[in-house]
Design a protein around this ligand. Structure first.
Ligand code: NAD
Ligand code: UDX
Length: 467
């Protein structure tokens, strides 16, 4: 079976870029990305490519080549499903906030809604592909819903595959165009071949891995758990370094040159953020308990606990270094996104650190090259202040249009996202704008420590025992 028409349900951070690259690499395949969110679809259709709803380096060029040729974005969900040979489900699967499994289990309401819409609208034979990250055995639920719709005279047939996405935000296009591997899980070799044929347009055959459904679903959770575990491990050692006089970058280099450990994902920082790591580990924790494996659950839960601790630890040490109080003090926050090169703030470490400092009565002035003020307001659950009463004890925040504006009169600068711009700041000039004694808290260790010290600023760097 050769696929001619693809529908992707969910035009988010994964659905949009993934389908744009498939359309770009397979000009003979018609790709329609659908979503219920009209504003999001309008943004994907915006003639001005700088206004796409997802910021990813290189995405504008890919969308520019394929859109209007064989890539389209629409809210006509059922029509696109009816037309497609293959339907990707790429909708959100956040952690449940209430009910059974609240705080850990994945909320599958959107996935189930997709399965029911596919069951209703599909025609002929349809291959349904799980692109969302899902709990192990979700494919059985999807199959169940699809099969229940096909009783009696119904001639329609379905096949379900798992094809998790490993892209990281900020490097999504590079990750999609040159993936380490593509993983396809399924029990129907014809359907697996059909999906493999799509990827074979640009991915070498030996990098297209085939597994059973459950291994594929579990591999995605496991990959994220292992990556997040490395970050918690290095952050635990960062705290140890600060206490003992060692330097975490030297330790990371020393262990990372061991080929069994490898050098990647050893950057200490303010803890991992993003929509995936915490959610997927908590899902693994929930499933472990479900399968009667409490020790396994506890083991993975500690990775998240260490991450949360690291964020509170940074906020606490800012307060301690600023004479035990930040009430009424102006603190410049550089970076709000959960990592550089994205406008995504989901689970960003900046959120928890800022909230702790607001609780202490600080006046935050936040700069981020890509995150908009209305997003910051939603994340902090607080509107920006128009007027500030410094000694009221009530924390407030405002957005700054530039780093220079953010640091004006500030007692401290906190670097929370590793934007390239923050690596090359003129600390001499910035120091002149700050109230003394002034601090730099470099939670990403991106600024030049020698320059900061030469500018007469006090410095704390994550994992630096000399800081
Ligand atoms: P997202 O929230 O950015 O996008 C999901 C989209 O699905 C939204 O636009 C929403 O309106 C739409 N949607 C929800 N229900 C729908 C329905 N019934 N019909 C039509 N549209 C519907 O989410 P995302 O970041 O793209 O993540 C999607 C999935 O991919 C998640 O399972 C996530 O864990 C996984 N994933 C994400 C990343 C990442 O870097 N963001 C990486 C790998 C895997
Ligand atoms: C992650 C996985 O990398 C990707 O494979 C999966 O598909 C989705 O989840 P993402 O969350 O987009 O991708 O970004 P990633 O680069 O993994 O960073 C996650 C968080 O870890 C960020 O907050 C980042 O700053 C932090 N991080 C990463 C560190 O603190 N140190 C590191 O060494 C690496």
């Amino acid at each position: 079976m050769t696929i001619q028409r693809i529908c992707c349900i969910g035009a988010g951070y994964v659905g949009g870029p993934t389908m744009a690259v498939i359309a770009d690499r397979c000009p003979q395949v018609q790709v329609t990305v659908v979503d219920l969110n009209q504003a999001r679809i309008d943004a994907w259709n915006d003639p001005d490519l700088s206004r796409l709803p997802v910021y990813e380096p290189g995405l504008d060029a890919v969308v520019g080549r394929a859109r209007g040729r064989n890539l389209s974005f629409s809210t006509a969900v059922e029509a696109a499903i009816a037309d497609a040979d293959m339907v990707f489900i790429s909708v959100n699967t956040p952690t449940k906030t209430k009910g059974l499994g609240a705080g850990q289990a994945s909320d599958l309401r959107w996935v189930e809604a997709c399965a029911r819409t596919v069951a209703k609208a599909a025609q002929g034979h349809t291959i349904v592909v799980e692109k969302s990250t899902l709990p192990v055995r979700t494919a059985a639920v999807i199959k169940n819903i699809l099969e229940a719709a096909c009783d009696g005279e119904d001639q329609r047939t379905f096949s379900v595959l798992s094809n998790p996405e490993f892209l990281a935000e900020g490097t999504a296009i590079r990750d999609l165009e040159a993936p380490d591997r593509v993983l396809i899980g399924g029990d129907d070799s014809g359907s697996i071949d059909a999906l493999a044929e799509i990827y074979a347009h640009w991915v070498p055959q030996q990098q297209i891995l085939r597994t059973n459904l459950w291994s594929s679903e579990l591999s995605k959770l496991t990959a994220n758990a292992f990556l997040a575990q490395r970050i918690s491990s290095i952050n635990s050692i960062a705290a140890f370094c600060e206490a003992s006089g060692a330097d975490v970058r030297e330790v990371a280099r020393a262990i990372g040159t061991d080929s069994r450990i490898g050098p990647k994902f050893l950057n200490a920082g303010p803890g991992f953020g993003g929509s995936c790591f915490q959610k997927d580990i908590l899902n693994l924790v929930y499933l472990s308990r479900h399968f009667g494996l409490p020790e396994v659950a506890d083991y993975w839960e500690s990775v998240v606990a260490l991450n949360t601790w690291q964020q509170h630890r940074i906020a606490r040490l800012v307060v301690q270094k600023l004479f035990g109080t930040v009430t009424g003090k102006r603190l410049a926050i550089l970076g709000f996104a959960f990592k550089a090169d994205t406008n995504d703030t989901r689970e960003a470490p900046a959120i928890r650190i800022c909230q702790d400092l607001l609780e202490e009565g600080a006046q935050l002035v936040i700069h981020d090259p890509k995150v908009k003020a209305d997003q910051m307001a939603r994340d902090l659950n607080q509107e920006p202040a128009s007027q500030v009463d410094r000694l009221s004890g009530i924390g407030s925040w405002a957005e700054a249009g530039s780093v220079e504006d953010a640091v004006m009169g500030a007692d401290a600068v906190l670097v929370l996202t590793e934007w390239q711009h923050y690596r090359n700041l003129n600390w001499q000039a910035l120091a002149a704008r700050m109230r003394k004694p002034a601090w730099v808290f470099d939670a990403r260790a991106v600024a030049d420590p020698a320059q900061i010290k030469a500018a007469g600023l006090c410095l704390w760097r994550v994992g630096d025992g000399e800081g």
